[in-house]
Design a protein around this ligand. Structure first.
Ligand SMILES: Nc1nc2c(ncn2[C@@H]2O[C@H](COP(=O)(O)OP(=O)(O)OP(=O)(O)O)[C@@H](O)[C@H]2O)c(=O)[nH]1
Ligand SMILES: [Mg+2]
Length: 320
């Protein structure tokens, strides 16, 4: 880490300027998120795309806690960020993208960071399509002039690609792991996700990550897409213990590495990780097609209950 409070993650870039995407924001008329990892990642230079170890991100504030959204492609990381941002905006927080996160030759990121574009993506009824522009994102959450935390998202295929389950993390992920910021790992899980082999591989990935976490790091499991389950009693009323059991059945051993080993505190706290159910919203198919022939989905945000309990858990973890 440098003497200053600035951390630069990943390897330095060669003098490359070629990018894999154009600089225009095509809100609402973009490809939907690919599940197979074949889609080019928006904003990466060709060198970064060809060799993910070249990907460079910078956390200029090495002190404000980091909340890292961790999960495979299409589990809902970006939409979780969108939903939380909408909720916190209503509650008087300021959420803004951190421009320095990506090198300035990432024109896609430069465009997303412009307040008018960022607000449009967050508040768009086409949010699910618009967020295809977001691959890397760091936002800061500010209240009363104080930066409370930073929330970081990066492409799922670099975190856990089910088609390449044993592939090592690219260097930018390792450097995030090694950063001195206090961290909350927000690990996303969803129901009905692929085959049991893929889910077991994902548990292995989480176990590997947990052995590399700092002792101060916290972990929160986010059970997204809860609307696809039967654990909803009424709007925003979830049978959380049952939902948790479902996740340990679907993803065998997922919580074991977080079992509390302290002989005293384990009497009232079995596990050292949090767990929240979540729904980003409802996605309704429209008759509109985007310029590439993809169906446009209309996004209606889910109940406030979900971002409320998520924010409570995040706040507890970053201040406790
Ligand atoms: N039913 C349901 N679907 C959801 C929910 N949240 C997200 N989705 C669906 O999942 C898709 C992918 O969500 P994203 O937020 O783009 O996923 P991601 O984890 O950021 O994916 P990558 O950036 O590719 O790693 C959305 O377009 C929705 O179709 C939810 O709460 N319920
Ligand atoms: Mg995403």
């Amino acid at each position: 880490m440098s003497e200053s409070n600035e951390l630069t993650f990943g390897l330095p870039l060669d003098e490359q300027v070629e990018t894999t995407s154009d600089a225009t924001l095509d809100l609402g008329i973009t490809e939907s998120t690919s599940n197979d990892g074949e889609q080019k990642i928006k904003g990466l230079s060709k060198a970064e795309y060809d060799d993910p170890n070249q990907i460079r991100v910078t956390i200029a504030d090495g002190r404000a806690p980091l909340v890292i959204l961790f999960g495979p492609p299409a589990c809902g990381k970006t939409m979780t960020l969108v939903r939380l941002a909408r909720y916190l905006n209503k509650k008087g927080y300021i959420i803004s993208p951190v421009k320095t996160f990506r090198p300035s030759d990432d024109q896609n990121y430069v465009e997303i960071c412009k307040p008018e574009n960022f607000n449009r993506i967050i508040n768009s009824p086409d949010a699910a399509n618009s967020t295809a522009n977001i691959s890397f994102m760091l936002v800061e959450i500010i209240k009363d002039g104080k930066r409370l935390c930073q929330i970081l998202e990066s492409p799922g295929e670099y975190l856990f690609n089910p088609n390449k389950p044993s592939e090592p993390f690219p260097s930018y992920v390792n450097t995030i792991i090694h950063s001195n910021n206090r961290k909350l790992w927000a690990i996303m899980v969803e129901p009905d996700w692929r085959n049991v082999e893929d889910r077991i591989n994902y548990v292995t990935r989480i176990n590997e990550l947990s052995t590399r976490m700092d002792v101060r790091d916290k972990t929160l499991f986010i059970f997204n897409k809860i609307d696809k389950t039967n654990f909803t009693r009424k709007k925003g009323q979830i049978n959380i213990p049952q939902a948790r059991v479902e996740i340990s059945n679907l993803y065998p051993g997922i919580f074991e590495t977080f079992r509390n080993q302290n002989p005293i505190s384990k009497l009232w706290k079995n596990y050292l990780c949090g767990f929240v159910p979540f729904q980003t919203g409802t996605y309704t198919q429209t008759t509109k097609m985007d310029s590439r022939g993809n169906v446009v989905y209309n996004y209606q945000e889910g109940a406030d209950y979900y971002p409320q309990i998520l924010w409570e858990q995040i706040s507890k973890s970053i201040t406790g």
